[in-house]
Write a protein that binds this ligand. Structure first.
Ligand code: GAP
Length: 496
């Protein structure tokens, strides 16, 4: 029997996370042989499998466990008018400043708000005496520049003696939309001829609203869900996979009558929070709901589900839950000329449905699951002499059904007859489980390797197996081992 005598979380900062994910084949920096490519990452075998397991679990919870939901896989490219109608071309931007010496870019509103937060109320009062403009005084007093123009931010910087001001570029608007062209075109890409890789997956859902409604004969309320890549020209890209320029979203748009918004909003808020706890196994004490004070251009009420990321020094957003009203369907209706009204037979009423959205960042879930579950443990072997040395392992104690590899199959030695038997057993298990085969190194080392990547079970084939047709199953979490007939292996492999 092994006894765990010490256990602590392994991920303390972004550098440890970055190094661990690379060393263990989960996440690699993009284009590393060319010196890397900022804010873009590639996923290795294990990272890919983990991502797929989360996605499948989300799909099961949001779609397959209900009768009012269908899936969609819309294209990344949409008609350019989509992004004019959605408001992204005119509204989806941040204000940027750049340090001329270091070339580091910042979100201007954030750095200046940070600067103002270090000032006392008296100091802010004093700054306000330097201008007669009421709007500038308000921004300074409230330390809030979220809705400010670049010119206003620059004025606040000057009035409040922003440090090293001469070494910063003037604030300027920076669109988060990535622009490209399709087909045979060249020259500069301006907003009139640009095609935008989608900045959120949900716009494809709005464009297909009528198709889906008609072909699946749906009645309101119902939802359309989809997962897929989204692209944003993020200014700040220093947070590993938390904020990248290419990322994956899992989005659900629930279409309803406006009178039902408040009750459904509460229902979905609870459903989504429960998913993190019950399905992903996240401790409730590391999660919180945060109401938005500042709303996106499309939202009338919004909450974020946040996780306490050790590597980012605090709570950060995982998912947005938004009441988008009829903003999107109405805008697309106006821009395209297509009538998006729905005839509600029960109410005998025609209306443009309102939208309740839940939008999760898949990559952020990967980051959270690694942070939440990766432990460094010290343990002793109780069955050995009392003076036995303390052993160490790094173990990813992720929920078993989310683990990238479910069963590792290990021959005790490289003797051909053992390898043959082991591969035979793997072949049987392959039909039901994601397996991996490993014959290199001592059995202890191989167990450590599987612990570190979160494999819940190791099946070890030894020389006795050739005689008694039994193998050993080792459990990741408590390191217990049981001897089991080969014909019964599957009944011992439990996945929550
Ligand atoms: N359709 C609504 C929407 O896109 P959002 O709050 O901008 O709302 C939803 O994004 C989720 O997508 C966020 O909660 C976050 O998890 C993820 N996300 C957004 N930008 C991201 C980025 N640059 N990198 C990684 N994930 C991102």
């Amino acid at each position: 029997m092994f006894k765990i005598v010490n256990s602590r979380k392994y991920i303390s900062d972004l550098e440890v996370l970055r190094a661990w994910t690379k060393e263990n084949g989960f996440i690699y920096p993009s284009s590393e042989i060319y010196g890397g490519f900022s804010a873009v990452y590639d996923y290795g075998h294990l990272g890919y499998l983990l991502k797929e397991n989360i996605k499948r679990n989300w799909e099961k919870s949001v779609v397959h466990s209900r009768n009012d939901m269908v899936l969609l896989d819309s294209a990344i490219f949409m008609h350019p008018k989509t992004w004019h109608a959605s408001g992204h071309v005119s509204n989806f931007s941040d204000i940027l400043i750049e340090n001329k010496k270091t070339n580091i870019r910042y979100r201007a509103d954030h750095v200046v708000e940070d600067w103002l937060s270090k000032k006392t109320d008296q100091e802010l009062e004093y700054f306000c005496t330097k201008t007669a403009k009421k709007n500038i005084q308000e921004m300074i007093k409230k330390r809030d520049l979220d809705k400010s123009t670049p010119e206003e931010i620059y004025e606040v910087m000057k009035i409040t003696d922003f440090p090293d001001l001469e070494n910063f570029t003037k604030p300027r608007t920076f669109s988060l939309m990535i622009k490209t062209n399709l087909g045979i075109t060249d020259g500069t890409i301006d907003n009139d001829n640009a095609v935008f890789p989608r900045a959120e997956t949900c716009q494809g859902i709005y464009l297909n609203f009528k198709n889906v409604l008609q072909t699946y004969r749906l009645k309101i309320p119902f939802g359309i869900a989809q997962t897929g890549k989204a692209f944003r020209n993020e200014i700040i890209a220093r947070q590993f996979i938390f904020r990248t320029r290419e990322f994956e979203q899992m989005e659900m748009q629930y279409f309803l009558h406006p009178n039902d918004m408040n009750s459904k909003f509460e229902e979905w808020k609870n459903l989504r929070l429960d998913w993190y706890v019950n399905e992903l196994g996240i401790s409730p004490s590391n999660l919180r709901l945060k109401k938005h004070e500042k709303l996106a251009h499309y939202a009338s009420q919004a909450f974020d589900i946040e996780y306490k990321f050790e590597s980012l020094s605090g709570y950060k957003e995982l998912e947005g839950i938004h009441a988008r009203g009829d903003w999107d369907l109405s805008s697309h209706s106006k821009m395209s000329g297509e009538n998006m009204e729905y005839y509600d037979q029960q109410r005998n009423e025609k209306y443009i449905p309102h939208v309740l959205e839940t939008s999760v960042g898949l990559n952020r879930c990967v980051m959270m699951l690694i942070e939440e579950n990766l432990y460094e443990e010290e343990f002793i072997n109780n069955e050995k002499d009392k003076n036995t040395a303390i052993d160490k392992r790094i173990v990813l104690k992720i929920k078993k059904n989310l683990a990238p590899i479910q069963v590792a199959i290990l021959p005790l030695s490289k003797k051909p007859e053992l390898i043959h038997k082991t591969l035979e057993i793997q072949q049987q298990l392959r039909n039901r489980f994601i397996t991996s085969y490993d014959e290199t190194g001592s059995i202890g080392k191989r167990y450590r390797r599987q612990d570190e990547i979160g494999t819940p079970y190791c099946v070890t084939v030894d020389f006795d197996s050739l005689e008694d047709n039994c193998i050993t199953i080792r459990n990741r979490d408590d390191m217990t081992q049981i001897r089991v007939p080969i014909s019964e292996i599957q009944s011992y492999l439990m996945f929550d």
